[in-house]
Write a protein that binds this ligand. Structure first.
Ligand SMILES: C[S@@+](CC[C@H](N)C(=O)[O-])C[C@H]1O[C@@H](n2cnc3c(N)ncnc32)[C@H](O)[C@@H]1O
Length: 341
């Protein structure tokens, strides 16, 4: 039986531990037709979206993937009352195929991806994600990764640092910041979040008059680089769409324009928007892939434009302000290829 959406009161008193999920109602409504089957929450975090889905139907099973052991442990604890309807998996979601094979599944009814960093990660000083708390410059979401933000900041050349901060942070003052970092580390290695934030703030100077902290873009750039967030996103989307059963749905939330650009383009490609030089921009109406670029009508978009959080949601949860949600439904009747591992 379908249940009403939960209120978020069960989070009260635990704001620092639990991440507050964004666009929950929209996610549940878009995935409602999938609530009879299996939904993979590729970024389960502390389980906010997963719990909303589990509460919305007694029949749904949620496979929750996260590469952050600490987040996953909290999700497991939070969702234990749902028994085997919730399956937590410590893995990189880019290995979705392997996860499904291990679960004995070739397709699923729904896939949810809520990219970015969780409040748990941001607000734990020792994880080193935020300039608001003094902590080691770490920023690894998956602690099995070997390269930390400190290593990038203290070893990259000035040119590579500037390039990284410009490319992943879209920071206009990237060169000035890189120069200041290299000067500062000549005295001693930069070890903490607050040390780096001060160096960046001094480098950017009083010229910056926006509301965001001057180190925001530099921290975003380092986080993206440490976690290799953009590479493989396109091929992950291909894989996710391939693993949806006909009529299955993909919902994806991103928090910065670099990710959203890749998502928007790739989802369009899978609606049949041809990408090859010969038919650039044309719509390929066939189920069989275009012989030149591989575009095919695999997906129907459910969101012509990205869904954004309401003003009320942003007021309650300022971190929702940059969220963009896009969704699509897998075309019916199209043959699926076998899983290639
Ligand atoms: C914004 S949070 C998700 C919050 C979650 N929807 C909730 O309701 O609590 C993003 C999560 O995705 C995880 N994550 C990011 N990239 C990942 C990847 N490649 N593989 C697995 N997990 C990833 C992060 O560790 C983080 O816990």
């Amino acid at each position: 039986m379908l249940q009403p959406l939960p209120s978020w009161e069960f989070n009260s008193g635990q704001e620092r531990a639990w991440h507050r999920p964004v666009l929950v109602r929209e996610v549940v409504e878009l995935l409602r037709p999938c609530l009879d089957g299996v939904i993979v929450d590729c970024t389960v975090g502390t389980g906010g979206h997963a719990e909303a889905l589990l509460l919305a139907s007694e029949r749904v099973r949620v496979i929750g993937i996260d590469w952050d052991q600490e987040a996953l442990a909290l999700a497991r604890e939070r969702l234990q009352s749902y028994g085997d309807r919730f399956v937590p998996i410590h893995e990189d979601f880019k290995r979705l195929n392997e996860v499904l094979v291990r679960q004995g599944l070739s397709t699923v009814e729904g896939i949810l991806v809520d990219l970015g960093v969780s409040s748990l990660q941001l607000e734990t000083a020792e994880r080193g994600f935020s300039f608001q708390w003094e902590g080691p410059l770490d920023m690894r979401m998956d602690r099995r990764r070997t390269v930390t933000a400190a290593e990038l900041v203290n070893t990259l050349s000035e040119r590579d640092l500037a390039d990284l901060i410009f490319r992943y942070g879209e920071e206009p003052a990237a060169s000035r910041i890189a120069r200041a970092i290299v000067r500062a580390r000549a005295h001693r290695p930069i070890q903490t979040t607050t040390e780096l934030a001060e160096i960046v703030a001094r480098a950017v100077g009083a010229r910056r008059t926006t509301r965001i902290h001057p180190a925001t873009r530099t921290f975003q750039a380092l986080r993206i680089a440490v976690n290799d967030e953009l590479s493989g996103l396109e091929s992950f989307l291909d894989m996710a769409i391939e693993r949806l059963a006909p009529g299955g749905r993909l919902v994806i939330i991103s928090f910065h324009s670099l990710e959203d650009r890749v998502i928007k383009h790739r989802l369009r490609f899978h609606t049949g928007r041809c990408d090859c030089a010969i038919r650039r921009g044309a719509v390929w109406r066939e189920v069989e892939p275009c012989p030149h670029c591989g575009a095919a009508r695999r997906l129907v978009l459910l969101t012509r434009r990205a869904i954004r959080p309401s003003e009320a949601e942003v007021r309650e949860n300022p971190r929702a302000r940059s969220a963009k949600l896009r969704a699509g439904v897998r075309s019916r009747g199209e043959p699926l290829s076998a899983i290639h591992l």
